[in-house]
Ligand binder design. Structure first.
Ligand SMILES: [Zn+2]
Length: 121
């Protein structure tokens, strides 16, 4: 009588991976993939508070100061790499891409101001 049935109760690796979000530390210019948490996450390197961004965010190289400056600027203005839309000529809307440079970011935050996320915690 082999009555014992083995069921795996562990979530699949893939499911866990699917819930990781980039958390960035602007002080260290680093991004850490972590699950969402209610409490603010602290940077494992400097202990500073990290900001959780959309999964669409991909971190620039740590040495790329200007790109990090751009990312910080966008975040400070409520753009956490969530989808941002622009109107199309046919009256619909389409996703717009995030600015490539710091200069473009300055125009971007003004143009899409209404879609900024309120980060007041
Ligand atoms: Zn840090």
């Amino acid at each position: 009588m082999a009555a014992f049935k083995h069921h795996s109760t562990f979530p699949k690796e893939k499911d866990i991976q699917g819930h990781l979000f980039p958390h960035v530390c602007f002080h260290c210019k680093k991004s850490f993939k972590k699950p969402i948490s209610e409490a603010p996450r602290r940077c494992p390197q400097c202990g500073g508070e990290m900001v959780r961004l959309s999964r669409k965010f991909s971190a620039p190289a740590a040495a790329d100061t200007l790109q990090w400056k751009k990312v910080q600027f966008l975040v400070e203005h409520g753009f956490l790499f969530q989808s941002v839309y622009e109107p199309t000529e046919s009256g619909g809307r389409q996703k717009t891409s995030y600015p490539a440079t710091f200069e473009q970011a300055k125009e971007f935050v003004v143009a899409f101001k209404s879609q900024a996320v309120n980060r007041a915690a």
